[in-house]
Design a binder for this molecule. Structure first.
Ligand SMILES: [Zn+2]
Length: 364
């Protein structure tokens, strides 16, 4: 397209050939190639002619035919470019807002918001999430084979479920892992490690730990913890791009941000409620205190890291032991002697050490 170029420094007016591309126009003048971005063009309408200027060249300007400019697609390109710029600006604002949201979630928002969010999470979503967790966890926490012991644990879970106010199936199972641990997953799965079973001296003790976990499920503490730690990832996902999982990965990588443990008040609530669930079944709630005492003693030893969930209480274990002892009521044992024997035999395969698991996660 023909145009005349005034460099803004001299009175000269040079004929130039202007090429318009998607985001820019270019022309040669005095052996120099000028490239102007369309988005930054200033356009002065002179009737059938246009005067274009660009911040790059100060008072320099191009004068060209308005009809030719439109035909060249310059106008359309300009509009598209400006829309693009606007989108970018919106994205920048969006990122800034998301950044603030992330900060709020981390420092103020999510811990406070996680309770209502957990209660508002549809149970079927929580269940689906739980199944994903379970699949991933089964690498490190391998379910022990079906056995009379597993059956007894599952039946006990159903008794707790019947007393609990929960939409979830409370599915209790023994898993194999080189650590003392019991934990609940979203959606009602409760895992007890073989080491924890071995640490329990009586059926009442094991029943108390499982009831405590069932209470976490019922009160939706599990989902709350998930919201607290994954909330940040969900926000990041919303920014980075829906469903890409990039945000989740960022959070998992920044593992220190995530903290799946429960608050002290959630632990105390689960203690109280766990004992109620036992009592509602006519079972003894006296096993909690001695087990906490044992955990506290163990927590001071070499295996402190291994008693993690239960230890999220520590150094509260002794206080919790005292409080649960004060609330405890006598009742029937949760398991018959035959069931108790079967439970203690539930995971009899040779143990894999943590080192073996890390080296060969799926291996048998
Ligand atoms: Zn707990």
């Amino acid at each position: 397209m023909q145009a005349r170029f005034h460099d803004g420094l001299t009175a000269r007016s040079l004929p130039v050939e202007v090429t318009v591309e998607a985001h820019r126009l270019s022309f040669d003048a005095d052996g120099e190639t000028h490239v102007w971005s369309l988005a930054d063009l200033q356009i002065e309408d002179l009737g059938d002619r246009l005067r274009l200027s660009h911040p790059k060249v100060g008072d320099g300007r191009l004068t060209l035919d308005a009809a030719e400019w439109r035909a060249s697609g310059g106008g359309a390109g300009l509009k598209a470019e400006r829309r693009h710029r606007k989108r970018e600006a919106r994205l920048v604002v969006g990122l800034a807002v998301a950044g603030l949201a992330i900060a709020a979630v981390v420092f103020i928002g999510m811990p406070a918001a996680s309770g209502p969010l957990a209660r508002a999470t549809p149970p079927n979503i929580e269940e689906r999430m739980g199944r994903n967790f379970e699949a991933q966890l089964s690498i490190a926490f391998r379910p022990c084979d079906p056995s009379a012991g597993q059956t007894a644990l599952a039946a006990f879970g159903q008794r707790l479920e019947a007393a609990a106010d929960t939409p979830f199936d409370i599915r209790v199972r023994a898993v194999q892992a080189p650590m003392v641990n019991a934990f609940a997953l979203p959606g009602g799965a409760v895992m007890v490690t073989d080491d924890l079973i071995a640490l329990a001296k009586t059926p009442d003790e094991l029943a108390a730990v499982i009831a405590h976990e069932a209470a976490h499920v019922e009160r939706r503490h599990v989902m709350q913890a998930v919201w607290r730690s994954l909330g940040l990832g969900l926000v990041l996902d919303a920014v980075v791009g829906g469903g890409s999982g990039a945000g989740q990965q960022a959070v998992l990588l920044a593992g220190s941000v995530a903290d799946l443990r429960f608050s002290r008040s959630a632990e105390s609530e689960a203690d109280v409620r766990g004992q109620q669930l036992l009592e509602a079944n006519g079972l003894s709630s006296q096993g909690m205190a001695p087990f906490f005492q044992r955990i506290a003693a163990k927590g001071e030893g070499a295996e402190a890291g291994a008693v993690r969930e239960l230890m999220s209480s520590h150094p509260d274990s002794l206080r919790r032991a005292r409080e649960s002892a004060a609330r405890a009521k006598p009742g029937a044992p949760a398991f018959t002697p035959a069931e108790w024997d079967a439970i203690r035999m539930a995971c009899q395969k040779p143990k894999r050490t943590l080192r073996q698991i890390l080296k060969n996660p799926l291996g048998g």
